[in-house]
Design a protein around this ligand. Structure first.
Ligand code: TRP
Length: 341
């Protein structure tokens, strides 16, 4: 019986994803990524990581950092990721991530890392003296995250595709030098995907680290603030509601949010609201957000008020992943010819 159970676990493909504990988790992150994780946990052997080591590529306040990491973990769980089904852990709890990063660093090239568009965007206009090496090396740490677990599938948004390509290149390169040591991972594009845009600048993606708080709805936002932010969301002066993301991005974004929360296509919703105004649509978007977030927040606060249970979940996650990471790390050291005692 028990061997049957472990067989099942082993035959499921491994899926890895991570979110940086910076800023606040938003409704955009839920609709674009976390919502899919909740579904995927039943089909795949899922590792969901809070990538705290990636987060320090930008200065973090040591006074609030730990609390934010815990808060992210509690939010994963409150959204429906079941720690008995999927593994939830903090990246810094598994030293193999940084160890493998070094081994990969010695096979990555300055040229390929310099070409990463995220690196170029984040450093644009900055003096070289002020650009952290961690920011440059960020994609190699991400490759280590993925390769350490012989990951098959990585759900990534458009902005992370290039990093996944680099991960694949590194895996292929290492396999070529040293023999088959890594599974070459693939991008996983979920069937249901929706990109939620900024509320004030609906042509750019909603970001959890946006300086303007009016641009996003945090998952832990209060009902009053949700109503206020949705009310102020940028729309346009055209009469009636239509779904035209190119010409009416603000209205389309509201339809996307409402559609995701009520399981309806934005185009179908547009027909339903055709004769109504922006105010009616906004009122319903706010209602849907509050209806979704209230029970989520209750679960979240329960977890944050019961620290021992949360700590236990994260300690178990760390222990499980440390065990799982070890064979790959040993295999890489061995293949590279290190004496391992
Ligand atoms: N770089 C990713 C992001 O900013 C986060 C991340 C780190 C990640 N390691 C990962 C995503 C491994 C997928 C797999 O979104």
């Amino acid at each position: 019986m028990s061997s049957q159970v472990s067989m099942n676990i082993q035959t499921k493909s491994t899926l890895f994803s991570g979110i940086q504990p910076s800023g606040l988790l938003t409704i955009g992150g839920y609709i674009g990524a976390l919502r899919n994780w909740v579904r995927l946990q039943h089909e795949y052997d899922c590792l969901f990581c809070i990538v705290d080591l990636h987060a320090i590529t930008v200065r973090q306040d040591p006074k609030t950092f730990a609390e934010r990491c815990l808060s992210f973990a509690a939010q994963y769980i409150a959204l429906g990721i079941d720690p008995k089904t999927a593994t939830i852990f903090l990246q810094s709890h598994v030293p193999a991530h940084t160890e493998l990063t070094w081994l990969l660093n010695c096979h990555a090239y300055m040229g390929e890392l310099s070409r990463m568009t995220q690196f170029k965007d984040k450093t644009q206009g900055k003096k070289e003296q002020t650009i952290g090496v961690g920011l440059f090396d960020y994609p190699v740490l991400m490759a280590a995250d993925i390769l350490l677990y012989q990951t098959k599938l990585v759900p990534v948004g458009a902005d992370q595709k290039q990093h996944l390509e680099l991960t694949r290149d590194l895996a292929v390169r290492m396999n070529h030098y040293y023999g088959q040591i890594f599974t070459v991972p693939e991008a996983f594009i979920p069937e249901v995907g929706a990109r939620v845009m900024s509320l004030q600048e609906p042509t750019k993606k909603m970001s959890k680290s946006d300086e303007n708080e009016g641009n996003y709805i945090a998952l832990i936002e209060t009902p009053d603030v949700i109503r206020k932010k949705i009310k102020r969301a940028v729309t346009d002066a055209t009469m009636g509601i239509t779904y035209e993301p190119d010409t009416r991005p603000g209205v389309a974004n509201l339809l996307t949010i409402l559609g995701a929360l009520t399981d309806r296509a934005p185009t179908a919703l547009a027909e339903q609201y055709a004769d109504k105004g922006n105010a009616a649509l906004k009122g319903d978007v706010a209602d849907a957000l509050i209806a979704f977030l209230e029970p989520f927040q209750a679960r979240y606060h329960e977890l944050m008020d019961n620290r021992d249970a949360l700590y236990a979940i994260l300690r178990r996650g760390a222990e499980q992943t440390r065990h799982r990471a070890e064979p790959t790390l040993r295999r890489v050291y061995g293949a590279m010819g290190f004496w391992q005692g």
